[in-house]
Design a protein around this ligand. Structure first.
Ligand SMILES: Cc1cc2nc3c(=O)[nH]c(=O)nc-3n(C[C@H](O)[C@H](O)[C@H](O)COP(=O)(O)OP(=O)(O)OC[C@H]3O[C@@H](n4cnc5c(N)ncnc54)[C@H](O)[C@@H]3O)c2cc1C
Length: 325
């Protein structure tokens, strides 16, 4: 029987939006091929996850609480994944693309000898196997491939799949796993936790981004203002990051984060290919730029030729009115 295993991220006992979306996708894939859906959670505060994954169709939750308060360490996580893999046999692992999974899963794929596809934006079932799609060359091309192997790892771009209602599973088995690794070769030095109440950039369904033309970090306040009205996250181009206006975790693009929101508002961003690499699959792109020849206007759905210092506050005012009606 096919088996999908979703790698869960959670914070304070709440499953992330990205993991929720993947569980929904796994349930839909499982329904169309009589397969099973399991979830794997490693970390702390995991006791409340059972009901959440069950409500999204999972029938087994593999959980390791021993990692509580221990920082991420690749070989220990590989050992935990291996325990699950030994119990389940080859499965299709679905995970969201982030720093942790980009470090962990290629290593694990090589260890167990299965294919890995990074940056998946589409997964469908077929008689021959799974058909997956991933963009490349900054979204200019889309590769479509068939995975016919038993077992594979699919690292997915956030917000790629439809969010629909799925039936909860009748029952959930909870299985504890623990690592037998005492010492690993890696030595933990320190961790930089960025704690923020703001909407996470990777998960956000609306992103407002600014570029070099913002001229200072303080001026990003006008984007924050618009973002607050829309419940959006704020991103930036590399030029804005390199100029020191905002931190690197806000950078969108080839060497920053990949976002895939329903709405991306690019303010004073030229549309360099490396920026497009991180946002081109956004469902609707709006660009605000003073230069009517700016390349961003080639990819946007709606373009506003104008000064962002006038347009952004006007947008904020209009959205406030609309949303408060
Ligand atoms: C290896 C490599 C990796 C890279 N990775 C990334 C990456 O991950 N992300 C990324 O973003 N870039 C990346 N870059 C840099 C990229 O090539 C561009 O230099 C960068 O995206 C430009 O940022 P920008 O659009 O803010 O600035 P600019 O290119 O300087 O564009 C500013 C734009 O603002 C407009 N403008 C000016 N004033 C106003 C105003 N008042 N109102 C409205 N519009 C105005 C201008 O017309 C212009 O189009 C990378 C480059 C390399 C070589």
């Amino acid at each position: 029987m096919n088996h999908y295993l979703v790698f869960i991220e959670s914070k304070n006992g709440q499953i992330s939006k990205g993991s929720r979306d993947l569980l929904i996708k796994a349930s839909l894939l499982a329904n169309s091929s009589s397969a099973k859906v399991s979830a794997l959670a490693i970390g702390n505060n995991l006791q409340d996850l059972a009901s959440q994954v069950q409500s999204l169709g999972a029938t087994t939750l593999y959980v390791s609480d021993e990692a509580s308060n221990l920082p991420y360490e690749c070989l220990r996580y590989v050992d935990l994944l291996n325990k699950v893999w030994s119990a389940t046999g080859p499965v299709t692992i679905l995970a969201n693309r982030d720093g942790l999974t980009r470090d962990l899963l290629p290593y694990f794929a090589a260890k167990v000898g299965v294919p890995i596809v990074s940056d998946c934006v589409s997964i469908e079932t077929s008689e021959e196997g799974l058909i997956v799609e991933k963009p490349f060359f900054a979204g200019k091309c889309v590769a479509r491939g068939l995975l016919s192997s038993q077992g594979a790892i699919l690292v997915c771009r956030p917000n790629s799949f439809d969010v629909v209602e799925v039936a909860p599973s009748d029952k959930l088995d909870q299985v504890s796993i623990s690592s037998s690794l005492e010492n690993t070769k890696a030595k933990f030095e320190s961790e930089n936790q960025v704690s923020s109440e703001k909407v996470s950039l990777s998960d956000a369904s609306i992103v407002v981004s600014g570029g070099r033309s913002l001229k200072s970090g303080e001026n990003f306040a006008i984007l924050e203002d618009l973002a607050k009205t829309l419940g959006a996250a704020v991103g930036a181009s590399r030029a804005a990051v390199d100029a020191g206006y905002v931190p690197h975790e806000m950078q969108v693009g080839q060497t920053g984060k990949t976002v895939n929101p329903k709405l991306y508002i690019a303010c004073g961003i030229s549309g360099a290919i490396q920026h497009l690499a991180g946002m081109k699959t956004s469902k609707v792109i709006v660009a605000v730029n003073t230069d009517p020849e700016a390349p961003i206007f080639q990819v946007c759905d709606y373009g506003i030729v104008g000064d962002l210092f006038e347009v952004v506050p006007a947008l904020k005012q209009s959205f406030s009115k609309l949303l408060n009606q």
